[in-house]
Design a protein around this ligand. Structure first.
Ligand SMILES: [Zn+2]
Length: 283
């Protein structure tokens, strides 16, 4: 078994040099290989996963979610920070604000729902507290340290995409209680729970939802991507992630690791009972 990697960041893009001594590896899983960048972040070794692929070539609805998540578990990951640059549904939340969600609504349509659907076993995990409370506290504190304020709590509505929403959809989602909207959070958060991995999201708002602004633009001048990467927002989010991961005690005190207790129907599949393989020794 190679060295274990305990921490991971799932994101769309990591700044050059954010992970020191970074190297790219491919981790085999029952659902195919997943590319991961491993490097040092302060005193920690961290796995960086670019969910849209290294060249942003994969749309949210095409991501191999199960391979990506299980690859992190194979490395030994116990905690995942998900970076989600998202839109606002609640007009009180504006571009530039940073939300640490405490709940979500799943409106995806065509994605894997679980890791456990290929064997004579299935799971029904508790979602009373969907995000790891210990990691949420660390992210809220770190974000406040970096930018002075953070939205502690909020409901993330996850939709299929890849298109943007209509104004009527945004109005409906607001009536459902959603605060922010994005496309990749589900099933990442669900699969992490099934794997016993802590998961929390740090979500910078980079655009208003449709109907709350004249238009929503993906790329180019005046776009949400420009807003995120040209200013300090992306850098500040990465600084907050660094501080939060550094502040977490090495041992977990939450209940995330025990998520499968009382949730499993049938025997554990063989692939799920194997210990993590850790880093490839030849990489
Ligand atoms: Zn946890």
């Amino acid at each position: 078994m190679g060295d274990l990697v305990r921490l991971a960041i799932i994101t769309s893009q990591l700044s050059d040099g954010y992970l020191a001594d970074a190297r790219n590896i491919a981790v085999p899983t029952p659902w195919g290989d997943a590319p991961i960048t491993v490097g040092k972040l302060g005193r920690h070794t961290v796995a960086g996963q670019m969910r849209y692929g290294p060249r942003r070539q994969t749309a949210s609805h095409q991501i191999n979610f199960r391979a990506n998540l299980w690859a992190l578990r194979e490395l030994g990951v116990e905690r995942i920070v998900s970076q989600n640059a998202i839109g606002s549904v609640n007009p009180m939340l504006q571009p530039g604000d940073i939300v640490i969600s405490d709940d979500f609504i799943d409106l995806t349509k065509n994605r894997p729902l679980t890791l456990y659907d290929t064997d004579a076993s299935w799971v029904r995990v508790d979602m009373t507290e969907p995000f790891c409370p210990e990691m949420r506290r660390a992210l809220v504190a770190a974000t406040r340290q970096v930018v002075g304020r953070a939205q502690d709590g909020g409901t993330f509505i996850c939709v299929e995409g890849p298109r943007f929403e209509t104004p009527a959809e945004i109005r409906m989602y607001a009536t459902l209680g959603a605060d922010i909207i994005g496309t990749p959070l589900v099933p990442e958060v669900v699969l992490a729970r099934e794997a016993g991995i802590c998961f929390a999201s740090i979500a910078p708002i980079i655009n208003y939802g449709s109907g709350l602004a004249p238009a929503v633009i993906q790329s180019g001048d005046g776009s949400m991507t420009d807003f995120y990467y040209r200013g300090n927002l992306h850098t500040n989010v990465e600084r907050a992630i660094s501080l939060a991961l550094d502040a977490l005690p090495d041992a977990r005190s939450c209940g995330c690791a025990d998520a499968l207790k009382g949730a499993l129907n049938g025997p554990m599949p063989n692939w799920a009972t194997r210990p993590p393989t850790g880093l490839p020794t030849d990489a």
